[in-house]
Design a protein around this ligand. Sequence first.
Ligand code: B12
Length: 213
Amino acid sequence: MQDLVNAVAEMMEDDALALTRKYLDQGIPPVDILNAYKDALGIVGKRFEEGIYFVPELILAGEMMKAASELIKPHMAAGETGAGSKKIGKFLLGTVEGDIHDIGKDMVHMLMDINGFEVRDLGVDVPAKRFCEEYKDFQPDIVGLSGLLTLSYDSMKAVVDCLKEIGARHKVKVIIGGGQVDEHACKYVEADAWVTDAVTGVKYALQWMESKA
Ligand code: B12
């Protein structure tokens, strides 16, 4: 799908959507198409770092990915997992304080949902205190923190600290995700796992629910 990656990276919005439709019609797995977008957004991010692209390109890239997600969503709801309506666990999700990136978070929402989780999505720029309030009300099995800025690690850590303060840390798994996270960030935040793709995140979540059963 190099043509799709190129169309997104070169800001050719109409071509990108036409190719997305073409690949969906051909029966290409939706996750593969989303991953092509993710790769393209990685290129956009790199060009931004290099001073070739600026914030408007970041915005347009984000809009392209959102438009593609809307096209792809119905194909995913058909579900490869067949998890259907039976809920297997509760997943509290949000992008942490100071960070407004939500494309990856929305993909996580969609994938957790079709894999049988009841998802409560708190949106973006969510303060630690709000995560803890929602924890008390929703009683999730897993808390998922999204953050794409390196600055977000402190906000993620604040959520874990807050969960400790209310005596909930040992009762809940915490997973962090976003393009920049790594083992180092995971240790700093004191999360249980870190991922840079939603599919691996779903695998962790399913494993945790299995070992709880
Ligand atoms: C699009 C974009 C934007 C858009 C966001 C639109 C939106 N609605 O989200 C806009 C224009 C708003 C934006 C703004 C900014 N951005 Co920006 N942005 C990007 C870009 C190009 C793509 C991000 C993206 O959506 N990727 C595609 C998704 C699908 O991938 P993903 O988020 O990684 O998510 C996947 C996984 O990580 C995982 N995942 C994500 N979250 C979670 C959570 C859980 C629980 C789990 C299990 C998994 C998981 O699953 C997803 C699917 O596989 C990245 C570059 C990049 N390589 O990421 C820069 C990037 C993240 N931005 C960057 C910067 C600097 C900014 C700004 C500061 C720019 C500015 N000067 O204003 C602002 C910050 C605003 C803020 N306070 O948050 C930097 C961050 C650098 C850093 N190390 O901190 C990046 C890396 C670009 C770069 N290379 O410099 N940005």
